[in-house]
Design a protein around this ligand. Structure first.
Ligand SMILES: NC(=O)c1ccc[n+]([C@@H]2O[C@H](COP(=O)([O-])OP(=O)(O)OC[C@H]3O[C@@H](n4cnc5c(N)ncnc54)[C@H](O)[C@@H]3O)[C@@H](O)[C@H]2O)c1
Length: 391
């Protein structure tokens, strides 16, 4: 029976992936094998020695003491991309809100007073100021073609837009997912000079901090629409507000309100709701529950922030040793010597490393004796040894 401690409410859709006949899941549990959480701050927490894995039902892991867990040989998982569709849909909404002046029109209607005949007259008189434009044929620029950026680029294509993308470190997987006619920009500046809309889907780093500043705003076409559903700080709010006032930027739609722009008539600022959908929460919980389960039952690692990706199919169950150790020379040699001493035959094996951690999976022809597991555990640098499928 595996014991799972939950530190926040985790969506039932995710917890359903942990079958009750082999998993005990509770918000108070002693000696848990794994912890599932959303935003609970674990930094001051006394994390029990029994914990082998931590699953964050979301993308960021700032609330988890990751380096401390790495030293202890505890795998930390997250759910990258689980909220990508939620953000994509809000970006599409943001494009339409900007192009059709929806927020300004709505505010106008809410300001109307009088009887129905009078409201009708005011509507017909006022609507001229909200004339918008349509999307087909316009150029959408997408900076950052990861989980979200690729979905945004493809959605813009399906709305009839031309799409130009920039991501110098795009992965092969994302490149395959991208519509084939998305044009590749040579640089951020190249993209900015061609686009009618620009949407940002990059992490906040030293390079992306204030990626949009006064100089870059000057490169853009007059009438551009900027969308920021990535991170606060990627766009210099002050510079954008100046460009909005000057009529150079048509609209700015973002998920990160600041004092400077919340009342600006050409800014639509939303309260960081990009990932706030029931489906995104379910997806995050399903992803981490499945990843933690696969790690506990098979030693496989997918979407860990501190462990190497390692997946060895479990052909027909059998006995598997899952070892986590420091990434130093001669570990596999010492481990296989111990197995040979016990006359154990290795049927299949995989070893992967990432930074200071290495994981080894060994499928054996028979159950290893407890003494052999203890010998392996005593090797200098071995952080954890588990026999999966053993009694
Ligand atoms: N508004 C919200 O609620 C919300 C929700 C989820 C994610 N986000 C944010 O959206 C952003 C993207 O998320 P994701 O899941 O697509 O991440 P991701 O890691 O899948 O993709 C990020 C992409 O940005 C690229 N990149 C990095 N630096 C770059 C640079 N200087 N120029 C161009 N490309 C660069 C990377 O190569 C990668 O492909 C993140 O900042 C994330 O925090 C916001």
């Amino acid at each position: 029976m595996y014991k799972i401690l939950t530190l926040n409410n985790i969506s039932v859709a995710g917890l359903d992936r942990l079958p009750r006949d082999s998993y005990e899941v509770a918000s108070e549990i002693r000696h848990p094998d794994a912890i599932l959480l959303r935003s609970h701050n674990m930094h001051q927490m006394d994390i029990p020695d029994t914990v082998k894995a931590i699953g964050r039902a979301g993308a960021g892991v700032n609330n988890i003491p990751v380096s401390n867990m790495t030293e202890r040989g505890v795998a930390v998982f997250n759910a990258p991309g689980a909220n990508a569709n939620a953000v994509k849909e809000l970006v599409v909404a943001g494009m339409l809100i900007a192009a059709r002046n929806i927020s300004q029109s709505w505010s106008y209607v809410q300001s109307l007073a009088g009887d129905d005949e009078s409201i009708h007259r005011q509507v017909e008189k006022g609507k001229k100021q909200f004339v918008g434009f349509e999307l087909p044929g316009r150029t959408m620029g997408v900076i950052g073609l990861g989980a979200i950026g690729v979905k945004v680029a493809n959605a813009a294509r399906s709305l009839g837009m031309k799409v130009i993308g920039y991501d110098p470190t795009i992965t092969v997987q994302r490149a395959w997912q991208l519509e084939s006619d998305v044009e590749q920009a040579l640089s951020v500046d190249d993209l900015l000079s061609k686009a009618d809309f620009v949407s940002f889907h990059v992490p906040l780093t030293d390079v992306t901090q204030h990626m949009i500043n006064r100089d870059r705003l000057r490169l853009m076409k007059k009438g551009i629409v900027l969308l920021n559903f990535a991170r606060d700080g990627i766009i210099d709010d002050e510079a954008v507000c100046e460009a909005l006032d000057a009529g150079h930027v048509y609209a700015y739609v973002c998920d990160f309100p600041s004092n400077r722009m919340i009342r600006h008539p050409r800014v639509v600022a939303l309260p960081h709701i990009g990932a706030s959908t029931k489906e995104a929460e379910d997806n995050c919980a399903i992803m981490v529950s499945e990843q933690v389960r696969d790690y506990l039952e098979n030693g496989n690692v997918t979407n860990s922030v501190n462990f190497p990706e390692i997946v060895l199919p479990r052909n027909g169950g059998g006995y598997r040793i899952s070892i986590v150790n420091s990434n130093v020379p001669n570990m596999v040699g010492q481990i296989s010597t111990d197995l040979a001493r016990a006359n154990l035959n290795i049927m299949d094996m995989l070893n992967k490393s990432r930074d200071e951690i290495a994981c080894t999976l060994l499928d054996l022809d028979r159950e290893p004796p407890a003494a052999t597991l203890e010998q392996i555990e005593s090797i200098d640098g071995v952080l954890s040894v588990r026999c999966l499928g053993c009694d």
